[in-house]
Design a protein around this ligand. Structure first.
Ligand SMILES: NC(=O)c1ccc[n+]([C@@H]2O[C@H](COP(=O)([O-])OP(=O)(O)OC[C@H]3O[C@@H](n4cnc5c(N)ncnc54)[C@H](O)[C@@H]3O)[C@@H](O)[C@H]2O)c1
Length: 402
């Protein structure tokens, strides 16, 4: 039985590669139930016949077998967070067998995963732990074929007063993930970087060759984590891809980030919006695009040992973003500078604008919410979510969240 499953899984991926597009139907089901056949009998018979009669070399079978193997069980760290919860949902909906690593707490809260549809939650294998604990990380990773590592402390202002925790969580936590992945023979590790590691752009658009500048303890800790991830590829051949998303926004994002800060204040009825600097520019990405990037990095066979930018290639200032949000929410608003929200001068990243050609070239990834029009669409979806009183209730719009 096991023999048939293994072969069928590989075969299904192979059929996908031959443009039969059976993978979404077949691979996940077979993958989830490693020792149980859950595909209908006619599908199983077709797969068995295809396995016997179609010459394997013609479709590059050996290469696809590798990809199918690591799709079986996936661990996601930071699954309870903003991007992680969307990614977890997308992977479960695609039929992956997902173990969600959530930050342990005595409330038994799974963060945003508590708000995921029932159909997703019931298919989740949840592990509550702490990324700083090597034994917990190793236990969570047992039997997993791939790891998507998103757990991190990510707020820049919080990193100003508690940098120690950033080293423990982002650097030591990443080391724990890499060490466990190496020891357990994990077949693909997607490590999450950030565009903050570039600091203020020295040239635009920013390619992966741009120098790294740790302008905040957060950025410095991510540079350390990225370099550790690369070192495990270079030193031990650990199959690592370093995904580097630019600013991501969308439903569920913490109000420590600028777009939810603006939207929650507007949704709360405020017309004078408190903000820090409005001149810096950013390359914003709707969360669905970022999630698609992670999935491309997980399922593609390219990108090992590479850093890959996931950005929209559209640059806009914070000030113009405010105007766009006012437009999509049909409100007249005024910006008021709040000194407490300004970053120290040399720490402010003045300009971020992604060159995303490497993601296209290696993973066939492109943003679907790109350009001004795409940004407007993403902002509309985001604002609609925040305007739901049940969602808005989770935010303290009258306070500065760091
Ligand atoms: N949001 C963005 O704009 C953006 C941009 C680039 C990169 N990233 C990266 O994406 C990843 C996810 O960010 P996000 O925006 O979803 O933020 P988030 O704060 O919503 O998610 C971070 C997750 O890490 C978890 N975590 C923190 N400390 C932990 C610990 N000690 N043990 C276990 N889990 C712990 C949190 O519970 C949370 O689920 C991070 O690695 C971040 O650096 C985010």
């Amino acid at each position: 039985m096991r023999w048939f499953c293994e072969r069928s899984r590989s075969q299904a991926k192979w059929l996908d590669c031959s443009h039969f597009r059976l993978r979404p139907l077949v691979v996940p089901r077979l993958a989830r139930h490693q020792n149980k056949i859950s595909a209908p009998r006619p599908v199983r018979s077709c797969l068995a016949l295809a396995w016997i009669f179609i010459p394997r070399q013609r479709a590059g079978f050996g290469k696809q077998l590798q990809i199918a193997e690591y799709l079986v069980k996936v661990l996601i760290t930071g699954a309870d967070g903003f991007i992680g919860s969307h990614l977890t949902e997308a992977l479960v909906k695609n039929g992956h067998d997902v173990r969600a690593f959530v930050l342990y707490n005595s409330f038994n809260s799974w963060g945003w995963l508590d708000h995921a549809p029932k159909s997703v939650r019931k298919n989740l294998d949840v592990f509550a732990g702490d990324i700083r604990d090597p034994n917990g990380v190793r236990t969570a990773m047992k039997d997993c074929d791939a790891v998507l590592h998103l757990a991190a402390l990510i707020a820049i202002p919080y990193s100003y007063h508690s940098p120690d925790t950033y080293i423990d969580t982002n650097v030591k936590g990443t080391l724990n993930v890499l060490q466990a992945a190496r020891d357990l023979g994990v077949k693909r590790v997607i490590h999450t970087s950030t565009s903050e590691v570039y600091g203020t752009a020295r040239f635009v658009p920013i390619t992966e060759e741009h120098p790294l500048q740790g302008q905040s303890p957060y950025s410095a800790s991510k540079i350390g984590a990225d370099q550790l991830a690369y070192s495990f590829f270079a030193s031990f051949n650990l199959p690592v891809v370093i995904a580097r998303p630019f600013n991501t926004y969308g439903p569920r994002q913490s109000a420590r980030a600028v777009i939810p800060t603006i939207i929650t204040q507007v949704a709360n009825g405020q017309r004078q919006i408190k903000l820090g600097a409005v001149s810096p520019t950013r390359d914003f990405n709707f969360v669905k695009d970022t999630v698609a990037g992670f999935i491309a990095a997980l399922e593609g066979d390219g990108g090992l040992g590479e850093v890959i930018n996931f950005g929209s290639n559209f640059e806009i200032s914070i000030g113009d973003t405010v105007k766009l949000i006012a437009e999509v929410m049909s409100k007249e608003i005024e910006i008021v500078t709040d000194e407490a929200r300004l970053r120290p001068e040399n720490s402010e990243v003045e300009r971020l604008w992604a060159d995303n050609s490497k993601a296209k070239q290696l993973l066939d990834w492109q943003p679907t919410y790109g350009g001004r029009e795409g940004f407007k669409r993403g902002l509309t979806e985001t604002a609609d979510w925040f305007l739901n009183p049940a969602n808005l209730a989770a935010y303290k719009a009258d306070r500065y969240n760091i």
